[in-house]
Design a protein around this ligand. Structure first.
Ligand code: PGA
Length: 254
């Protein structure tokens, strides 16, 4: 069975005071929760605070971005190697990185490799634009993004998590229907099975992301190929994020 995993992507939000309060609330509010892995992705300036506050807790620390070179003259960037000890998970391929900052599938692939090489756990985000869905191209986009990211890997990394995040659902309040989310998450799994071994793909955790809230998580979590959620807006509210984590743990409990 796959342990569900929930990520809270804070994006470029929170003052330091807000971040500290949120970290403490999550540490305390999730202290008794089992059966689900939880990670938060705070802005980089709060990573030290996050590791200190969350040390020994049920909540792991993640980072939102890395550059693929290990070191060098790359002003403003941070390497995966530099994050070892400070974080466990790294987001890669998020739609905002692709569409606001112009990251290509080749960039995503290089970043993914550097994350794996550093021994960190990648959360690879994929998802189609509204126009691509309207044109019936969703599956082609998912295949292109997965193939682009996973190229050159001989085996499916056991630490990899894939987040299916339709771009039109991110930050819009327009959550995918549970059926559409299930269809895409199942497709991700079968594309990964075609590329690697079916047995490995059956262990892959696939999250859904895009306007997840405590109100809609239950129907999403009931879908067999949805193993967790990547949460943006609702992860800035401790009560809402904790409710989402609890709902996932309850839905996937065997
Ligand atoms: P949202 O963001 O929950 O605010 O839609 C999701 C994400 O970007 O990962």
């Amino acid at each position: 069975m796959r342990t569900p995993i929930v990520g809270g992507n804070w994006k470029m939000h929170t003052t330091r005071a807000e971040a500290l309060a949120l970290l403490v609330a999550l540490r305390d509010g999730l202290a008794d929760l089992g059966g689900v892995e939880v990670a938060v992705f705070p802005p980089a300036p709060w990573l030290g605070d996050a590791s200190n506050i969350l040390e020994g807790s049920n909540v792991a620390v993640g980072v939102q971005n890395v550059y693929w070179e290990p070191r060098g003259a790359f002003t403003g960037e941070q390497s995966a190697a530099m994050l070892v000890g400070a974080a466990r998970h790294v987001l890669v391929g998020h739609s905002e990185r692709r569409h606001v900052f112009g990251e290509t599938d080749a960039d995503v692939s290089r970043k993914l490799r550097s994350i794996l090489d550093a021994g960190l756990h990648p959360v690879l985000a994929v998802g189609e634009l509204q126009e691509e869905r309207d044109a019936g191209a969703t599956m082609d986009v998912l295949r292109r993004q997965l193939d682009g990211a996973l190229t050159g890997l001989d085996e499916l990394p056991t630490t990899l998590v894939v987040a299916y995040e339709p771009v039109w659902a991110i930050g819009t309040g327009r959550t995918a229907t549970p059926e559409a989310a299930q269809e895409a998450c199942a497709a991700v799994r079968s594309m990964v099975a075609e590329r690697f071994e079916a047995a490995a793909a059956s262990g892959l955790r696939v999250q859904y992301g895009g306007s997840v809230t405590p109100q809609n998580i239950e129907v999403l979590a009931a879908q067999p190929d949805i193993d967790g959620a990547l949460v943006g807006g609702a992860s800035l509210n401790a009560e809402a994020f904790i409710a989402i984590c609890r709902a996932l743990a309850a839905a996937k409990r065997i």
